[in-house]
Design a protein around this ligand. Structure first.
Ligand code: HMG
Length: 445
């Protein structure tokens, strides 16, 4: 069976950044340690006044199309995943295609376009749709463009303000991909939850602490469902485990739970038993409460073991590097985690061809999905080409007053006339509203 998967990736960050430990925390009366150690985000990426989900998505897509030397004819499908859409009818993919048509010969009239919504999970679901379209043989040799683009902004004063971010990830899904192929097997954990939602409102209603528990519960279900299709998972089966990363501290919690699950009944559990005992089994306890208490105590010890810490440093830590520099990109976050890990392998001169990743995506509301990916022989060249560090380094540093202004600019309820912080150059920009209240865009050389 021909491999289908991710052939190319590009990211586009919002061009501004807010230093959380040094600019945000002092005004909030918080210790920098909350961001440096607890949350794990150093900078939130934020959009300049002329940026939004369309410009970030179109700019990422243009970078990808230019680098791969594609024409509109090569792309048969454009799917946008977002939870920051501003139109209940016209999909963001039409706006992005309209932008791209301003700069390329030809058009995307032949391309099937859509918009996927399931909170942060939708980026992965759009990849699924592209995979299925190609596998069904409906693509006529064409590739699919998937763009995950979001502005993860919270109401001022909401605890979620500590995890904001804005950016887009563009991915080309194709046969014989250069970066990773996708497994047919998937696992799901899905339930009707109200931990994080935006019922016809721009900023989310969030029950932050409960959202953490819902994330963990759905991920556990998805892992069990995945294992029911593939057999048990072992830590050595996968080189990296990229998870949805609302902030690196969340991934620390998920990783510990995951490690306990995948080491249960293995030689690793036996080897650790001398130091921390065997994992508690429910049938050894009088009630659920006593069992859960014993699990918590076991995990507290597990996270201090050298074996766990070495696994975490090898398999998890490399996945959260970019997230710590940009914050939550919602639909793009798990795709940034994969990219982060692949970049770390290049830095450490690790050859990944043939190695596998276990990818855990999640969206509030709530659903988790787990599948595996196999790294392809062209991965190194394809990942080296992605423009990450120069973009992140070029961001404008906001002071707190400027942060308040830019938050107002992007708040749909406010009118704020604010000068741009960075000059636009070789990029799509938002220029205002048209006759039908549509958003309008130009390409600035
Ligand atoms: P909070 O009340 O601002 O922070 O809420 P906190 O007091 O819980 O502190 C955060 C961590 O920093 C804690 O670590 C503290 O101990 C630690 P933990 O105990 O959790 O391991 N800390 C410190 N560490 C060292 N030195 C210090 C220090 N001070 C504190 N001095 C919360 C945090 C995440 C709840 C909040 O930011 C929030 O509501 N965020 C939005 C919701 C969210 O991101 N949930 C994550 C799971 S749901 C999800 O991922 C889906 C999502 O992406 C949306 C979608 O799918 O569309 C959000």
């Amino acid at each position: 069976m021909t491999a289908v998967g991710i052939d190319a990736i590009e990211i586009r960050t919002g061009k501004l950044r807010l230093d959380l430990p040094n600019t945000f925390a002092p005004v909030k009366g918080e210790a920098p340690g909350k961001y440096e150690k607890g949350i794990g985000i150093e900078y939130s990426s934020l959009p300049d006044v002329y940026e939004d989900i369309v410009t970030m998505g179109a700019n990422a897509a243009k970078q990808l199309i230019d680098r791969k030397g594609l024409t509109p004819e090569d792309i048969g499908r454009i799917d946008v995943a977002t939870e920051s859409a501003f139109d209940n009818s016209k999909p963001v993919s039409t706006y992005i295609a309209g932008c791209l048509e301003q700069v390329y010969d030809g058009n995307f009239h032949h391309a099937n376009k859509g918009e996927r919504k399931f909170a942060c999970l939708a980026g992965t679901q759009s990849i699924d749709d592209a995979y299925n379209w190609i596998r069904a043989g409906r693509n006529r040799g064409r590739a699919a463009l998937v763009v995950a683009t979001d502005m993860a902004l919270y109401e001022r004063g909401d605890p979620g303000e500590a995890t904001q971010g804005a950016g887009a990830v563009a991915m080309l899904i194709d046969e014989d991909p250069d970066i990773v192929s996708l497994s047919t097997e998937q696992g799901y954990g899905s339930a009707d939850e109200t931990d994080f939602l935006k019922p016809n409102q721009q900023f989310p209603s969030v029950d932050g602490k409960r959202s953490i528990q819902v994330y963990l519960a759905r991920m556990r279900e998805a892992l069990e469902d995945y294992e029911s299709a593939t057999g048990d998972t072992h830590p050595d089966d996968f080189v990296y485990f990229p998870f949805h990363t609302p902030y690196p501290g969340m991934v620390r919690k998920a990783a510990l739970l995951g490690y306990r699950h995948i080491t249960r009944g293995t030689e690793i559990e036996d080897a650790l038993a001398d130091d921390i005992g065997m994992q508690p089994r429910e049938n050894g306890y009088a009630d659920r409460e006593a069992y859960e208490e014993a699990i918590r105590a076991y995990m507290d010890e597990l996270k201090e073991t050298r074996r766990y810490q070495e696994w975490y440093e090898r398999a998890i830590d490399p996945t959260v590097d970019i997230s710590g520099q940009v914050g939550n990109w919602y639909t793009g976050s798990v795709h940034v985690a994969r990219l982060s890990a692949l970049r770390a392998a290049i830095e450490n001169d690790v050859d990944l061809a043939g190695e596998r990743l276990l990818v855990g995506s999640y969206g509030s509301g709530a659903q988790a999905e787990i599948h595996s990916e196999t790294v392809q022989s062209g991965w190194r060249e394809a990942v080296e080409a992605v423009d990450v560090t120069p973009q992140l380094d070029a961001r404008y540093d906001l002071d707190y007053d400027e942060y308040e202004l830019i938050h107002d600019v992007h708040n749909h309820e406010k009118e704020a006339d604010v000068e741009e912080f960075t000059p636009p150059e070789d990029e799509f920009v938002f220029t205002g509203w048209g006759r039908m209240n549509e958003r309008r865009y130009d390409y600035i050389e």
